[in-house]
Design a protein around this ligand. Structure first.
Ligand SMILES: NC(=O)c1ccc[n+]([C@@H]2O[C@H](COP(=O)([O-])OP(=O)(O)OC[C@H]3O[C@@H](n4cnc5c(N)ncnc54)[C@H](OP(=O)(O)O)[C@@H]3O)[C@@H](O)[C@H]2O)c1
Length: 296
């Protein structure tokens, strides 16, 4: 399953806010270094630019990023800007606010509602835009998101943001923010092996017409710094049956959880990119889906 002719359209489409995107998208976290938030090994700039351009050539029109995705010499937003501007009309760039890092990369306390405007403006400057397509409020913990989401709703009303989403959210928090402003996507950790409450939230989003956008879908549970050397026997068996890789099976499994699920696999590797896009054409049988679920 490495045919370079397979494009992101093979995964089907979803309307995110007012824009149609292919369900197979791209996550920018891994473009800046060899591991997430890497402070030691900046990526090869040309390679990252190549990955972004190739993604768009392969039909990717949904990219997830953040201003706090940077290593000492690379910024995901700057790479996106340099590689893709002037942006294709159909490209939807989703960013997230809440977390922040100082110039040395040290994590700052979660933003106050008043600080969110500055974070939105930072994304606008880095991406070279005058509005952001979608902004996710990245939650921390169980507190109420109301004040933060209210602040983002004001920025939306002011025209800086077109649509709002929320990330790392519970069902209760989602209900709370939906009463403040429309929510077009939920970005939560999800993949093979996800706990029952994660499945439940995915289903709720489907019922509400909200996109569910899993992160760490390839890394899976307990492997957030990258892929494992060996995968679960069930994942490998399904992969073998399709002549696919474990990463492709994991992505296909998430996409088959519902038409509202959008994949954003992260990679800085051009070969992995092609492989991930091709996963949008992989269809697992009901038996295989059940097998993967029980393996978890
Ligand atoms: N909202 C949040 O809190 C949050 C948290 C984390 C991530 N995110 C977003 O979600 C996106 C996805 O998360 P992620 O990138 O951390 O995890 P992921 O998509 O699960 O990818 C994890 C690792 O898998 C490797 N990989 C990718 N494709 C592969 C393939 N075909 N075969 C083998 N290995 C492969 C990548 O390394 P290589 O570079 O070596 O391919 C990467 O290190 C991120 O890029 C980011 O945009 C959001």
């Amino acid at each position: 399953m490495t045919a370079e002719t397979i494009t992101a359209a093979a995964a089907g489409t979803w309307t995110l806010g007012d824009r149609t995107v292919n369900r197979l998208g791209f996550g920018a976290l891994r473009l800046t270094g060899s591991a997430a938030f890497d402070l030691g090994t900046p990526s090869d700039r040309d390679r990252s630019i190549r990955v972004l351009r190739r993604a768009v050539e392969l039909g990717v029109n949904h990219i997830d990023t953040a201003a706090f995705y940077f290593s000492p010499l690379r910024s995901a937003n700057e790479l996106i800007n340099s590689a893709l501007a002037p942006y294709p009309d159909d490209l939807v760039i989703v960013t997230k606010v809440g977390p922040g890092r100082d110039a040395s990369g040290t994590w700052l306390p979660w933003a106050t509602p008043e600080q969110l405007r500055g974070q939105v403006e930072e994304n606008l400057r880095q991406l070279g835009r005058d509005h952001l397509d979608v902004v996710n409020l990245r939650m921390y913990g169980k507190g109420s998101p109301a004040e933060h989401f209210g602040a983002l709703a004001e920025l939306r009303a002011a025209g800086l943001i077109r649509h709002l989403g929320i990330s790392a959210v519970s069902a209760g928090q989602l209900a709370e923010v939906r009463a403040i402003a429309p929510v077009v996507c939920v970005q939560n950790r999800y993949g093979v092996g996800a706990p029952p409450r994660a499945h439940e939230l995915l289903r709720t989003c489907g019922e509400l017409g909200i996109a569910f956008v899993p992160y760490f879908a390839i890394a899976g549970e307990g492997a957030e710094r990258g892929t494992r050397d060996t995968d679960h026997a069930e994942v490998l068996a399904v992969a073998r049956a399709h002549g696919a890789t474990a990463a492709q099976v994991r992505l296909a499994w998430t996409l088959q959880r519902g038409p509202h699920v959008l994949a954003i696999p992260g990679t800085g590797n051009p070969d992995h990119l092609v492989e991930n896009v091709a996963a949008g054409a992989l269809r697992l049988s009901p038996e295989e889906l059940a097998r993967l679920e029980s393996a978890a």
